[in-house]
Design a protein around this ligand. Structure first.
Ligand code: AP5
Ligand code: MG
Length: 212
């Protein structure tokens, strides 16, 4: 199985698809957002930046990811939220070259802004395993209202999940992350999924990773 990079705007379903692929195919999910949120519990400066919806500097993010990758060995993984800038993509290309590894497949989840805004304010997350649930989508509800299916802990809202911060996150995405669509398309590595139905997305992505 090839490694997967997920490129998508905020709240497009990177975490949800990662969890599905992890449960179904045994991938490891590497979410730089989750790594940074964990770190921010002890780093008030980092926490403050994340609350505003701005991206964290490339070096900090890359070092956090590299440390995880070095421990993984040959287990296939999904990059959820990385790379997020062309600089990060170039750093990652160099790392792969040094490790003698292939990049794999890049999946771009194409979701429009109005839909994303609705998702952001109806999302609940587990404070421990970070799984995402939706209070407006039947198939993405937790089995027991307000509780994580895996950890049984009370679900919470993320601090950056307000309409106001969402606008900032979305602008960061447009300015700094969306150029990656051309970057990977020009290398012939990008596959676009435009469906909005979660099960349809799971099906399309499964067939991609199976054939990758
Ligand atoms: P990060 O945690 O990556 O946040 P994000 O990109 O804004 O993405 P989200 O986690 O909000 O959304 P998602 O795409 O995972 O969607 P989900 O599956 O939860 O990053 C947070 C911050 O960390 C950044 O702002 C930045 O500061 C920093 N950071 C992280 N990586 C960085 C990097 N590489 N460089 C620099 N800074 C970095 O789904 C969302 C909701 O929709 C859920 O409720 C879900 O149930 C629902 N849903 C999912 N799929 C569907 C569907 N098909 N239909 C309806 N609802 C759906
Ligand atoms: Mg996420």
């Amino acid at each position: 199985m090839k490694n997967v990079i997920l490129i998508a705007p905020p709240a497009a379903g990177k975490g949800t698809l990662s969890k599905y692929l992890t449960d179904t195919f045994g991938y490891v999910q590497l979410s730089t957002g989750d790594m940074l949120r964990e770190r921010a519990e002890e780093d008030t400066k980092l926490k403050e930046i994340m609350k505003t919806g701005k991206l964290i500097d490339d070096k900090t993010v890359f070092e956090a990811l590299e440390a995880k990758l070095n421990k993984l060995g040959d287990t296939p993984y999904i990059l959820d939220g990385f790379p997020r800038t062309v600089t990060q993509a170039v750093m990652y290309d160099e790392l792969l070259q040094n490790m003698g590894k292939d990049l794999g497949v890049v999946i771009y989840l194409d979701v429009d802004k109005e839909e994303l805004k609705k998702r952001v304010v109806t999302r609940l997350v587990c404070p421990k395993c970070r799984a995402s649930y939706s209070t407006r989508n039947e198939s993405l509800l937790p089995k027991k209202e307000g509780l994580c299916d895996n950890c049984r802990l009370e679900l919470i809202q993320r601090e950056d999940d307000t309409e106001e911060v969402f606008d900032k996150r979305y602008n960061e995405y447009l300015e700094k992350t969306s150029p990656l669509i051309d970057y990977y398309e020009s290398k012939g590595l990008l596959v676009r999924i435009s469906s909005s139905d979660a099960n349809e997305i799971f099906k399309e992505a499964s067939s991609l990773v199976r054939n990758a």
